[in-house]
Design a protein around this ligand. Structure first.
Ligand SMILES: Cc1cc2nc3c(=O)[nH]c(=O)nc-3n(C[C@H](O)[C@H](O)[C@H](O)COP(=O)(O)OP(=O)(O)OC[C@H]3O[C@@H](n4cnc5c(N)ncnc54)[C@H](O)[C@@H]3O)c2cc1C
Length: 440
């Protein structure tokens, strides 16, 4: 990896550079690749939440990912050419469903296009509710979902799912990402009559690299300039200096940051006089074991209710057998995601107990017969949200930009996006910053 060398690391010795990139996740790596500018990364490895790791078991090593299954949707032919420079990427057609554990019912995603699964009466009621005249415009995500899908389907799926997914925030935050829940009334009616529904939604196909996402992150880093173990602890915006956790001071003309927007405000000591956009954390539980008799072939399932409070369970090994111990048969490698409010990270003991509960629940569902490897990861800023009518995000971005701190990527810009868009953001920002004299 192109790790830059520092001549002297003494405290107060300042290294001056025109600009720095903060973070070497997918966005920062792409920006460094395109610009040649050094990305400062607090962790010891690049890739951000897109990293894999191995967990030993009596059967051999399971491969898991820090942020749960990361399947690259939203690519286009040009992005695909870019990706294929680093590895061979395999295309997949999404297999995903909604799973109702209390009845064992599995309904293909998106659930609104497959209403016949609930029987003719419920299907007809849902359609009538979606066809009804709508009055006032929704303000919150909870209102928007009921406004779109009506009370019956909301109660069946959208309400409990979003309650878990947003860790209870859905009744307060603004609606966002409508594209995740498409509303095509003609299709919904066909689905209610039991006619086959074509694929729909934003992630109908996806790519995954043959050698895994961490190998991709490493190859990208090898063609970029990354300094790992380099945490920015404070930003002196008046003197344009980065104070590093290891005591170094780095001067800058401009910064391109991929760290979360609220964290950057804190580091730069910028106060925005408005309630910050909330974010939620995710606890990812990774389990490997003997495949249960009812383990589906889906890549992932949305779960509106589960005893252990998770809202999604995915199956790494239904995408690639490389997530399983080499040469084994009849095994499965699984991830589940549970949303939390930020700042309430459970203790190690609680997480250990939680791992057991999730394992037990998946065994009860027949997805696993037994668990032989488990691990967990905490993603402190996983999903970002906005309060209705809030100007916090735009004000924060503008205030930082005025100080020469440009924000990009999913967390920098405080918006939902997948890896392909994060890479696009990074490549574009990197290309723009490489041109001389553009970066003030
Ligand atoms: C649960 C979950 C599931 C997802 N699933 C998918 C999926 O299936 N497909 C898909 O395409 N996308 C998925 N995504 C989105 C995807 O993870 C993001 O688009 C992408 O990882 C964002 O990359 P990034 O570089 O912008 O952010 P990050 O990966 O968060 O990188 C930011 C980097 O900045 C570093 N940093 C932060 N603060 C500092 C500091 N002070 N000093 C130095 N370094 C710092 C961090 O350590 C980190 O490495 C998912 C996201 C989540 C949360």
């Amino acid at each position: 990896m192109g790790k830059p060398q520092y001549t002297n690391m003494a405290v107060f010795q300042m290294q001056l550079s025109e600009g720095w990139i903060i973070g070497a996740g997918m966005t920062g790596l792409a920006a460094s690749y395109a610009s040649g500018v050094t990305a400062l990364e607090s962790e010891m490895r690049p890739g951000g939440i897109c990293r894999s790791y191995l967990v030993p078991s009596p059967a051999g090593d399971y491969r898991f990912e820090v942020g749960g299954g990361h399947w690259v949707f939203g690519g286009d032919p040009v992005m695909n050419r870019f990706l294929n420079r680093f590895d061979e990427w395999k295309p997949y057609r999404r297999r995903s469903s909604v799973y109702f554990p209390e009845s064992g019912l599995t309904v293909p995603y998106p659930v609104q296009n497959h209403l016949s699964a609930f029987g003719p009466e419920i299907a007809a009621k849902c359609v009538a509710e979606m066809r009804r005249e709508r009055k006032s415009a929704p303000r919150t995500m909870a209102e928007a979902l009921e406004w779109q899908f009506g009370p019956t389907l909301s109660e069946l799926f959208f309400a409990p799912f979003h309650d878990l997914y947003t860790a209870g925030l859905w009744t307060r935050i603004a609606p966002q990402d409508f594209f995740k829940s498409p509303l095509d009334l003609e299709q919904i009616e066909r689905g209610a009559r039991g006619e086959p529904a074509p694929q729909a939604g934003y992630n109908q196909t996806f790519l995954y690299p043959a050698e895994g996402l961490d190998t991709f992150a490493d190859s990208l880093a090898g063609n970029a300039a990354v300094e790992t173990g380099a945490r920015v602890a404070r930003i002196d915006t008046a003197r344009r200096r980065l104070e590093m956790a290891d005591g170094r001071v780095l001067g800058y003309e401009w910064l391109l940051s991929t760290a979360p927007l609220d964290e950057m405000l804190r580091l730069a000591g910028v106060v925005v006089d408005e309630e910050p956009g909330p974010a939620t954390a995710v606890l990812v539980v990774n389990l490997g074991g003997v495949r249960g008799p009812k383990c589906p072939d889906d890549h992932w399932l949305y779960v509106p209710r589960s005893r252990s409070g998770f809202h999604r369970v995915g199956f790494y090994s239904n995408v690639s057998s490389k997530f399983l111990p080499a040469g084994t048969q009849g095994r499965v490698s699984v991830y589940v995601e549970r949303g939390f409010r930020r700042g309430v990270r459970p203790g190690e003991e609680e997480i250990g107990e939680y791992l057991r509960q999730v394992g037990d629940e998946l065994v009860e569902w027949g997805f696993l017969e037994s668990v032989e490897a488990s691990a967990s990861n905490w993603v402190e800023t996983a999903y970002t949200w906005t309060m209705p009518g809030s100007r916090w995000r735009s004000t924060a971005l503008a205030r930082l930009s005025d100080l020469g701190i440009h924000m990009t990527g999913r967390y920098g810009k405080w918006q939902f996006q997948g890896i392909a868009d994060s890479l696009r953001d990074g490549l574009l920002a990197g290309a723009l910053l490489r041109a001389r004299g553009t970066a003030r």
